[in-house]
Design a protein around this ligand. Sequence first.
Ligand SMILES: Cc1ncc(COP(=O)(O)O)c(C=O)c1O
Length: 395
Amino acid sequence: MTLERLNEIPADAILGLMTAFQADPSSQKTDLTVGVYRDDQGRTPVMRAVAASEQRLLDNQVTKSYLPPLGVDGFRDGVRKMVFGPADDAHASRTAVIQTPGGCGALRVAAELYLRTGTGETVWLSEPTWPNHLGLLGAAGLALETYPYYDAVSHELQADEMLDTLSRLPPRSLIVLQASLHNPTGADPDDATWDEVIGILEERSIVPLFDIAYQGLGDGLDEDVAVIRRAVERLPEALIAFSCSKNFGLYRERTGALLAVGRDPSQRKVLESQAANVARGIYSMGPAHGPLIVAGILDDPTLEELWKEELAEMGNRIRRLRGVFADELEAERPDLDASWLASQRGMFSLLGISEQQVDRLREEQHIYTWCATAESISPDSTIPISKRSPGQWPH
Ligand SMILES: Cc1ncc(COP(=O)(O)O)c(C=O)c1O
């Protein structure tokens, strides 16, 4: 027998927590296990602009036939304009855009594109990073290494240590940079640090893979991608993995895109053909439903305005809740300075609490969360990250 040679992989700890949450009869329970936006009734709503665009799509669609290999043109153009903003005219002709199944699909295609260049086999990730980066990029065949990013005890970005490591990376390395609302720390570099990072990338011909999954939920649609705009002004090449899961609330519709910025328009054509070929070899083409909904919003000024309003409301709520959390913590424990919680951005922060404290929160307060200190995300620091087997990757 062949298939019976496979061993069962232990259940994902977070999925186990989600099951325990569902089984908890308490009316006071709080689910902090999974990174989705929730309104004040605890729902992850369908945005009104999304529902309207989807209805229009259902009323008017005449076919479910295949799409062209790169996807829906209105979606590809719309996403590129969201990322580049006023500089779109300057960079559109050198940028290949391919629709992908979510931001995860974009990360996978980006990894394979980089491997095809033959210039390296390693990707550099922030320590800590979104745990899925490890599984996704590792499964594509990249070795994983880390650069220092954040100290969960002092709640501070390790800017000097990060810059020092980056300045010693081999030329033409691939590095993942979360453009804003860093998952899981909530801490983003300031403008001056980003400028230094871009300077190092320029000097060492390092290829940035910008991961942008929360555009519009931080300081604004333009502000949240400012570093990408600055980088493409200065760098000849860049990869950008874009997700519509959070900012359009399209999670399960698997809607995203990879932008591959080349030196010039002839390079764009090469990148388009390579990206389409990578996708063809994995999943053939991404699903159409989500991209058609997004294109329907971005093509219609009234729907676009409605979507922007809803997105701003969501971003304001996240910021407000962060402030309330910090204030309440300080009111309860005047010896604590929790101001870092309010100044960070996005859905995540590392509280730096212990596993025992996480257990107590669940058992005594019905608050379900997980221990995501830097140590637990990269659990055994004695094993170099690149040598870990899939079973050792947290999800
Ligand atoms: C940092 C980061 N990158 C990418 C993604 C992509 O998600 P999706 O594949 O659902 O679009 C996420 C989603 O949680 C994320 O947090």
